[in-house]
Design a protein around this ligand. Structure first.
Ligand code: ZN
Length: 318
């Protein structure tokens, strides 16, 4: 049900939901006591591992076509919990507080209409959202890269200052791959996994560089739908920072390990790409090592050869 209450900001929405939705309040309270481990994966970079039992709903989500078609869509208006309130973002989206948080404040921004998850035609919306919600990092998980509702288009937003990548971005060695007007696309080198950064003060120019990147990806790895990717975007000092993580695999081999002593239920998505790995099971949290994390990254992200091919594709277009 749409609420009669109008919220002047996402902050009002958040505090109202905290006061009026018991499950959500309990999950945010639990988050403040959450256990975290840190691993130094290279000389310069630290990743975090967050033990977050409430996230089992996402990490263990069945996202194959049949399972998805047989469950009621939890992002559709009629299937949402009665306590869940929304504020509109433009005509096409609604901002909801995520009741299963990773961030101190965590939102989900689905489309009003039940329509498949894709970034195609929605990249500009994502950047508009990043400017409107500039206290948050906006993120996008591809339909085969961590989105637990691949059948319903949505973004998420989490508090700024939480993901290590946001802080580390000033330390990275970047190779500039090309410009479009004042905007630039760069490759982050010597990080724990490859990613591309688009920096732009224009949505149109950023969208041009993003489409160049995506077209390059579809030449490096053939895909039936959009290339597998995760995106983090935020707005700072009048420009957008957009980190794009090309993926070659959805879930790592340890996820499917039949030997329980070796199994790790880790299903990496944007937040993990940004340096916070979500582990919903206690046993996994206790046993996971930095080597496991690096191995997972190596399995699910582009390898050196694919990255090189992609760089060539991008350079040839700019
Ligand atoms: Zn839906």
């Amino acid at each position: 049900m749409m609420s009669d209450i109008t919220f002047s900001s996402v902050e009002d929405l958040f505090s109202h939901q905290l006061q009026n939705w018991r499950l959500l309040a309990a999950n945010y309270a639990a988050l403040s006591r959450v256990e975290v481990k840190e691993f130094q994966l290279s000389e310069r970079y630290v990743v975090k591992v967050q033990f977050n039992p409430a996230r089992i709903v996402s990490s263990a989500a069945k996202v194959d076509k049949e399972s998805v078609s047989q469950r009621p869509c939890f992002l559709c208006h009629q299937n949402r919990p009665t306590e869940q309130e929304a504020i509109p973002f433009g005509e096409d989206y609604q901002i909801l507080v995520n009741p299963y948080p990773i961030f101190p404040k965590h939102f989900t921004i689905p489309t009003v209409e039940h329509t498949p998850q894709t970034i195609m035609g929605r990249f500009g919306d994502m950047l508009n959202l990043a400017r409107t919600m500039d206290q948050y990092v906006i993120f996008y998980n591809g339909p085969r890269c961590g989105a637990s509702a691949p059948d319903h288009a949505h973004f998420q937003a989490g508090s700024r200052g939480f993901l290590p990548i946001e802080r580390d971005i000033n330390d990275f060695d970047f190779e500039d791959l090309g410009n479009y007007h004042e905007s630039v696309i760069r490759l982050a080198q010597s990080y724990t996994h490859p990613f591309f950064l688009i920096q732009s003060s224009s949505i149109d120019d950023a969208a041009f560089l993003f489409s160049t990147l995506v077209e390059g990806m579809s030449r490096v790895k053939e895909e039936s739908f959009e290339p597998m990717l995760n995106i983090l975007a935020w707005y700072l000092d009048d420009q957008w920072l957009v980190a794009v993580f090309p993926r070659k695999l959805h879930r790592p081999s340890c996820y499917f390990e039949t030997d329980a002593t070796k199994r790790l239920l880790i299903s990496p998505a944007s937040v993990d790409m940004g340096g916070v790995f979500i582990v919903p099971q206690r046993a996994d949290f206790d046993k996971v090592t930095g080597d496991d994390i690096q191995k997972i990254l190596n399995e699910v992200c582009y390898d050196e050869e694919m990255t090189e091919q992609l760089v060539k594709q991008i350079k040839s277009c700019l």
